[in-house]
Design a protein around this ligand. Structure first.
Ligand code: ATP
Length: 193
């Protein structure tokens, strides 16, 4: 998967709609302290489904919405759109939008989808919100200090198998409900004997 373009509106310090083209090769973001460099990386993580306010340096998820300044009122929503191409070169457009009091909604190529669907697409491409490909400040020290189980999770993300855990949980839950249905069927058949 290749990222091509990032669009932000109302996300953290990016109050006005902003567009960032991501060219092939290495991309560097430079600028003075506090200009929003880390916010860009967080926007990429957020559109891929990040749901931990802590990893967004926020108290709650709505804190990603532009909070206003003395000169500008706060915004009611934040939206981030990531344009990418999948491994077959097909275009992929993922949008996440959050509105105050209404939570997040996701779109994939214009269609409404669940957070889980978006998470699986990126996890299968080995580039999810927790991917080791996104190296934020302090991350290297975190990798060194990580517990073995945390390190294993990083390796699984890198190997593109993190989505298998979600599918396994889904399959187990389907299996349990099918087992319950079978028990119920046996009860019904026994009561008719
Ligand atoms: P540094 O080089 O110091 O690490 P940086 O360029 O990475 O800085 P960020 O940490 O991305 O900068 O941006 C911080 C800025 O974003 C601060 O000015 C902060 O006020 C602003 N900011 C963060 N969240 C919001 C929000 N919800 N609304 C408005 N501004 C916000």
């Amino acid at each position: 998967m290749e990222f091509r373009k990032l669009r932000l509106s109302g996300f953290k310090s990016f109050v006005e709609p902003a567009e960032l083209r991501i060219e092939p090769g290495l991309t560097g973001v430079v600028g003075p302290n506090g200009c929003g460099k880390s916010n860009l990386l967080e926007a990429i993580r957020w559109v891929m489904g990040e749901n931990s306010p802590k990893s967004m340096r926020s108290g709650g998820m709505e804190d990603v919405i532009f909070a206003g300044t003395t000169a500008r009122p706060p915004r009611d929503f934040a939206e981030v759109q990531l344009h990418a191409t999948d491994d077959k070169g097909e275009p992929l457009e993922v949008t996440r939008r959050i509105e105050r009091g209404a939570g997040s909604a996701y779109r994939l190529n214009g269609d409404d989808v669940r957070a889980k669907d978006v998470g699986l697409i990126f996890a299968d491409a080995a580039t999810g919100a927790h991917s080791p490909a996104l190296v934020s400040q302090g991350k290297i020290a975190q990798v060194i200090a990580a517990k073995p189980v945390e390190r294993r999770m990083m390796l699984e993300e890198a190997a593109g198998i993190a989505g298998l855990h979600v599918r396994r949980r889904d399959a187990e839950s389907k299996l349990r409900s099918t087992e319950k249905n079978l028990e119920r069927l046996e009860d019904l058949m026994a009561s008719q004997d």
